[in-house]
Write a protein that binds this ligand. Structure first.
Ligand SMILES: [Zn+2]
Length: 580
């Protein structure tokens, strides 16, 4: 088999909003699969750059800072650190976790606005907006509250009614009042905003999406649905002070926009590029980002994959591509989008106030990251929404991790320690049981690789588990513990193959459960250069059962996974909610 050249793969996951630690559903629908995919591709030997960042602008950040009574800058600084730590604790292997409030993002956002306007895709328009006389300001989106015109809910926000879920225009609210001061002294006045003329890009975007036949179906169907409804021109500025200032090409503030900034949905996706600039600067190669993003400087060869929840698909298939394509500059466009449905909490919503659901920081107080990573990957919300249940979580951990994987590794390493001096045994010849195992691996390992390449995470986890299970079946067939009594050489074959299988199980587990995988591989003394999923590593599958040098010393690992007890399930159900 010839060695294929490494690919360059750019991975981004939807930017988590700055406001608060994310729950397990947010993690499972963007950052975690992006991490698993990045780890897999690195193990294949490819050059991967995984970029994420906090999305820090917009009204919710301003309002939350106001509620906490701290300046918004201080608020986002603190929240960024909290989210960065939560991601690291979950073993998310970002190459860079940036911030959309960076200078790089401001400069790039202003640049795009200037070129889009020069290309006739941005124009200033007058619109009617709620103005608070007492606050002396226009009130964007959530700064206005009032009664919903559809369902008469009295605390509807200007942009959406939390009761009936309808999207609203703030000027349609009945009895509107300012969310800043509570003042009812508000009126509708005219003001000017910048509009992105998405309608003019309709055909261009459709051609691009229709050509993207290898996108997973969920992302593609959502994108086409938006196009069928027709793209509408959209205001890309807001009356706020926290955000990217609206400038002229010479850097001065645009007249009439002194108290306005770009809308968060305009600048947030641009942060994918800006965060790559932040990454390049941080590593002391300030131009290194260009080969990932400029198709005239090397990015033509990059495979760019985006991960996101289904609510974000429209912004990534329509909003951001309008910016990129409309600029007529050689920027890299996404090649494949992987979208996810929701993880629900027993079929309902996660909710802090109703004590329903676990958040990223709470999860790690209960159990190590690998336990959650396994369950959320094995139950990824791919074909439909997926419910988190404590019972399902317990069963996945106890059965897949503790029984199928953990017991296998402990049993074979301990047996080797007690009967073969802790050394990979010599002697004996492979027979029928080994041939059976090799045939299993010859079918299953290529399937595993294919599932990852297709970004089918449920299938990848299921195949990983099936390989572990086949190993258990192999030991039942080989039964070295029985053979040992009469034929030490026959037992040696089984122990040797078993130890090599344990190493292989650790190697294939790395994308999903990196910490436990490292414990297994350390215990077996598998050298760093063998911890790979490259084509060469899988080229000679029979050799995998005899890869550890004979006589090589191993040591049984500590307990890899602790089972979840029924009492723990009861306690956690009490604390975080469960079947109601
Ligand atoms: Zn309503």
């Amino acid at each position: 088999m010839t060695k294929s050249a490494p690919r360059r793969i750019l991975v981004t996951s939807a930017l988590p909003y700055i406001n608060g630690v994310k729950h397990l559903g947010n993690l499972a629908g963007s950052m975690l699969p992006a991490d698993v995919y990045s780890r897999f591709q690195r193990l294949r030997g490819h050059d991967v750059l995984y970029i994420c960042a906090t999305d820090e602008h917009g009204t919710p950040a301003e309002l939350a800072a106001q509620a906490a009574n701290v300046p918004v800058r201080q608020y986002v600084d603190e929240q960024h650190e909290i989210q960065k730590k939560a991601g690291e604790d979950f073993l998310l292997s970002y190459d860079h976790f940036g911030r959309s409030c960076s200078d790089e993002n401001a400069a790039l956002t202003q640049h795009f606005a200037h070129v889009l306007e020069a290309n006739g895709l941005i124009e200033e328009r007058t619109m009617r907006q709620v103005y608070s006389v007492d606050d002396e300001r226009f009130l964007p989106d959530r700064y206005v509250e009032g009664t919903c015109p559809h369902c008469e809910f009295e605390k509807a926000r200007g942009d959406q009614c939390d009761n009936c879920g309808r999207l609203l225009d703030p000027v349609d609210l009945i009895d509107p009042y300012s969310a800043v001061s509570g003042s009812k002294n508000v009126e509708v006045r005219e003001t000017r905003h910048l509009f992105l003329l998405q309608s003019q890009m309709q055909d261009r975007i459709r051609d691009w999406i229709e050509a993207a036949t290898d996108w997973p179906p969920l992302a593609r169907s959502i994108a086409l649905k938006w196009l069928d409804e027709g793209l509408r021109d959209r205001a890309i500025t807001r009356d706020l002070s926290w955000g990217v200032p609206v400038t002229n090409p010479d850097g001065s503030i645009r007249e009439g926009f002194e108290t306005k900034v770009f809308y968060v949905w305009f600048d947030a996706p641009i942060e994918y590029i800006a965060a790559t600039e932040e990454w390049a600067k941080a590593k002391g190669e300030p131009e290194a980002w260009r080969r990932w993003w400029r198709t005239d400087e090397g990015a033509e060869e990059v495979d760019y994959v985006q991960f996101m929840g289904k609510d974000n698909v429209a912004f990534h298939t329509v909003g951001f591509p309008v910016t990129i394509l409309g600029s007529q500059e050689p920027w890299k466009l996404v090649d494949r989008l992987k979208a996810f449905n929701w993880v629900t909490w027993y079929g309902g919503k996660f909710s802090t106030s109703n004590k329903r659901g676990v958040f990223m920081d709470q999860a790690l107080d209960l159990l190590p990251a690998d336990y959650w990573r396994w369950y959320l990957t094995a139950n990824a919300p791919e074909g439909s929404d997926a419910a988190f249940t404590w019972e399902g979580f317990q069963s996945a951990v106890n059965s897949d991790l503790a029984n199928v994987l953990g017991n296998f590794v402990n049993r074979i390493t301990k047996y080797c320690a007690s009967k073969f001096d802790g050394k990979v045994p010599e002697g004996g010849k492979a027979g029928e049981a080994e041939s059976w195992m090799i045939a299993e691996l010859e079918t299953r390992l290529p399937q595993l690789v294919q599932h990852y390449e297709n970004m089918d995470f449920r299938k990848a986890a299921a195949e990983t588990r099936a390989i572990w299970a086949a190993g258990n079946e192999y030991l039942t067939k080989a039964e070295p513990w029985v053979k040992y009594k009469n034929d030490v050489d026959a037992a040696a074959v089984g122990v040797r193959a078993g130890l090599n299988l344990a190493a292989l199980f650790g190697i294939i587990a790395q994308p999903i459960i990196p910490e436990a995988a490292a414990m297994i591989l350390d215990a077996l003394g598998v050298p760093e250069e063998r911890r790979t999923l490259s084509e060469e590593a899988f080229a000679d599958i029979p050799a995998l059962l005899d890869a550890l040098p004979r006589g090589h010393e191993i040591s049984p690992p500590d307990v890899l996974f602790r089972k979840i007890e029924d009492e723990q399930v009861a306690e956690w159900t009490e604390r975080f909610g469960g079947e109601s």
